[in-house]
Design a protein around this ligand. Structure first.
Ligand SMILES: [Fe+2]
Ligand SMILES: [Fe+2]
Length: 156
């Protein structure tokens, strides 16, 4: 069984890749979708920025707290081919409904992932001090993203 820091680091390595993929998913969606769906474009741009922030915080946490247990890929190829959990869903068309649906699936996966990790580390002390706060902050954002997307879907 993996020791505590290694356990957390392995999960956060996957989360780092997922956050970058989510960032890209929103970014590509924001330029694929027709500009006349300006509320979709605006939401995707906002979410893309927040997924980027999540990746930044997770990468910084890994480097500071688990430099021997967690990899922060310096190669893009490694990031894309390395371990991940929710992954990237390549858009099949530029239809806004389909793009929003893809992101809803991604957010549902992220919410499950962070909820399970928060439960797994509950009460444990092996991690760097701000880990629970960081995970709760990210989870709150993912839940907001989900409700933003569900509201958006009703307008399409
Ligand atoms: Fe995220
Ligand atoms: Fe999200």
């Amino acid at each position: 069984m993996l020791d505590g820091t290694r356990f957390v680091a392995k999960h956060l390595e996957k989360a780092l890749a997922d956050e970058w993929m989510a960032h890209y998913q929103y970014w590509i969606g924001s330029i694929l979708v027709n500009d006349r769906y300006e509320n979709v474009v605006a939401q995707f741009v906002e979410h893309a920025g927040q997924e980027y922030d999540h990746a930044t915080e997770i990468g910084a946490w890994l480097l500071k707290n688990a430099p021997r247990d967690g990899r922060v890929p310096t190669s893009l190829d490694e990031l894309l081919r390395g371990p991940h959990h929710c992954g990237y869903k390549e858009p099949v068309m530029n239809d806004p409904k389909s793009l929003v649906h893809d992101s809803i699936q991604g957010e549902a996966c992220a919410i499950r992932f962070y909820s399970e990790l928060i439960t797994a580390i509950d009460g444990k002390e092996y991690y760097g001090g701000n880990l629970p706060d960081m995970l709760e902050w990210i989870l709150k954002d993912e839940k907001t993203h989900m409700s933003d997307l569900q509201k958006l879907l009703k307008t399409l």
